[in-house]
Design a protein around this ligand. Structure first.
Ligand code: FEO
Length: 394
């Protein structure tokens, strides 16, 4: 195995999951990696482990560098099983190691693994000397679990950032500057995993405001090592967490007999006439995780649903339930759709959108059966009106 030394004495010893395509509901067409890091000093520390089926891959990488019995600390930044799943197997070999984690981390690890390892519980700001270098612990609760912790290696100025700043990408490369198209993947990751915890991101960024970071080593995907890349990803996390968006509107819909689809396309026409960027997604053949990435930098979302059994079409209901959990910040929106003899989808969509924290800016459009020429003109005018409104908002 090729050793990956990201700085003097600091090694990536994780595992690559080339074949995962669904990460608890988030689609991962490019796979992912579970990143663990080894720090060699007078004391030796392993930061996190990997998902259980990949334990041997990680252990093999470590043993090319050091004997497992010589490792002093296993630092657990995050309890979730993609990072702690290999701990029982790893700790079986690391006979002298202490498990270093937060109080919530210890609680979670005991709940998951039912093994009372020798623990060292650390708190915000505490430091651990490894000899020539010191680690500093930064608690980051709810980024995105209660136990999350970041670790900063002083001297070499490396931030081991747990799930923050990650991407789901499997690659034979280890660094962000070696792979193209990484920012859209980082955005998709943020939107689908981190977005509900935007305020926690801002808190963590504030804590790190005066900390010089040369390398960001996340728990998934590629490592940010170039100054311009670390600045870019930190800046993007700040923007996303504040809900910064551009003049862009998403139309997300489904259709039974193409009436709602005709409305969606007429809305798109109206928005385009105003020169505002617009993207359209039919939920029957679009990937939910990809749409959520598009939500991130959009100012408004238009939800289209035919009325089915007095309520929302199932795919639209599912999308709104997912969106509600992610709580996007500072979004505007409205709803539209067709119905037969009794409307209801638009009202139901409003309710869900409000619960997702979306500000409903216009009374939606509902059209019976099939929109005629005049009704499609109304849809175009409605699209133009929303686009003009969007342009006036900061
Ligand atoms: Fe990558 Fe929250 O686990």
């Amino acid at each position: 195995m090729t050793k990956v030394e990201l700085a003097s004495g600091i090694y990536w010893v994780g595992a690559i999951d080339w074949n995962i395509r669904n990460f608890h509901g988030y689609t991962t067409p490019h796979g992912t990696s579970y990143n663990a890091y080894l720090i060699i000093d007078e004391k030796i520390a392993l930061i996190d482990t990997v998902k259980a089926p990949f334990a041997q891959e990680m252990l093999d990488r470590i043993q090319e560098i050091v004997a497992l019995k010589d490792i002093d600390y296993l630092i657990s930044n995050h309890v979730e099983m993609d990072h702690s799943g290999s701990m029982p197997e790893t700790m079986r070999h690391m006979t002298r190691a202490l498990v270093v984690t937060t109080a919530r981390g210890k609680e979670g690890l005991l709940r998951y693994h039912k093994i009372d390892w020798p623990f060292m519980v650390v708190k915000e700001g505490m430091e651990l000397s490894l000899g020539r270098q010191k680690l500093q612990f930064v608690e980051a609760p709810m980024l995105h679990w209660p136990d999350n912790m970041l670790v900063y290696l002083k001297g070499q100025r490396i931030l081991f950032s747990s799930d923050a700043f990650g991407q789901h990408i499997a690659s034979s490369y280890r660094y962000a500057d070696e792979v193209s198209g990484i920012i859209p993947e980082a955005a998709k990751y943020y939107a689908n995993i981190v977005m509900p915890y935007a305020s926690m991101v801002l808190k963590a960024l504030e804590k790190l405001r005066d900390t010089k970071v040369d390398i960001i080593a996340p728990s998934h995907g590629l490592i940010w090592r170039k100054a311009q890349d670390t600045e870019t990803i930190i800046g993007l996390y700040a923007d996303w967490s504040q809900g910064k968006a551009k003049d862009k509107i998403l139309i997300v819909y489904d259709s039974m007999w193409q009436s709602t689809e005709k409305m969606a396309k007429a809305l798109l026409e109206g928005i385009s006439r105003e020169g505002v960027e617009v993207k359209l997604f039919n939920l029957s053949n679009s990937d939910r995780s990809d749409i959520i990435r598009e939500v991130l930098d959009s100012k408004a979302i238009l939800i289209g649903s035919p009325t089915l059994n007095r309520g929302l079409f199932p795919t639209v209901a599912g999308f709104l339930a997912y969106l509600k959990g992610l709580r996007p910040k500072a979004k505007l929106g409205t709803a539209f759709g067709s119905y037969g003899w009794s409307a209801g989808a638009v009202k139901a969509a409003y309710q869900e959108m409000k619960e997702a924290g979306i500000e409903v800016i216009e009374s939606g459009l509902e059209i019976p059966y099939v929109p005629d020429e005049e009704e499609l003109k109304k849809c175009i005018a409605f699209g133009e009106k929303i686009a003009r409104d969007i342009k006036t908002r900061g």
